[in-house]
Design a protein around this ligand. Structure first.
Ligand code: PNS
Length: 170
């Protein structure tokens, strides 16, 4: 991390990471001089990929980005931010649909840890419609996600879907 700038944490479930996430990672790294990408392991929803897989995909996708570190965490995001000494939580905002939920989370996080600020970055328009949910759905039914996720993730996805099909027919 470069000195003089706050340590920033970009948390998420990244199931899997897509190009909209990477856009935020690249831009946040520019501003903060570095970034910790936190992979939440205790998310409410059932994930397609294990925490280890989600971390591995992110590490692969960010391998060329110096100053970007991928870590997994359990528990509250603000607790993890505190252990990192991070002053900033970075979140991406796509559209109005994200706003209400993110506003509530930011307010709760502020209440839990007033020293930590949530900073929102608007997703670049070309990625505005992207979500991990849509990526998983398209991949599950054999559609192409080329250009929407890093090349490595495309391979992980098709292997995962193939393995699921094998399991279903076993
Ligand atoms: O990629 P996502 O699913 O939008 O990420 C949501 C995430 C992981 C950032 C959020 O669920 C989270 O912070 N989980 C950790 C537990 C926590 O701190 N919950 C929020 C309390 S306000």
């Amino acid at each position: 991390m470069m000195s003089g700038r706050p340590v920033a944490l970009y948390p998420g479930s990244f199931d899997p990471v897509h190009n909209g996430h990477l856009d935020i990672i690249v831009r946040a790294r520019e501003i903060f001089g570095g970034l910790v990408v936190g992979v939440a392991t205790n998310v409410e929803k059932q994930t397609l990929f294990s925490p280890a897989d989600r971390v591995a995909m992110l590490r692969d996708a960010t391998a060329g980005l110096t100053g970007v570190e991928v870590r997994r965490f359990d528990g509250l995001t603000v607790e993890f931010a505190r252990t990192l000494g991070a002053r900033v939580i970075v979140k991406g905002l796509r559209a109005m649909m994200d706003f209400e939920f993110e506003l509530k989370m930011a307010a709760m996080n502020k209440r839990l840890e007033p020293e930590i600020e949530t900073v929102f970055m608007m997703t670049s328009p070309e990625f505005g419609y992207l979500s991990s949910t849509l990526i998983r759905e398209v991949a599950r039914f054999g559609g192409s996600v080329a250009g929407l996720v890093p090349a490595g993730v495309e391979r992980w996805l098709s292997e995962k879907i193939r393995a699921q099909h094998r399991g279903e027919h076993a």
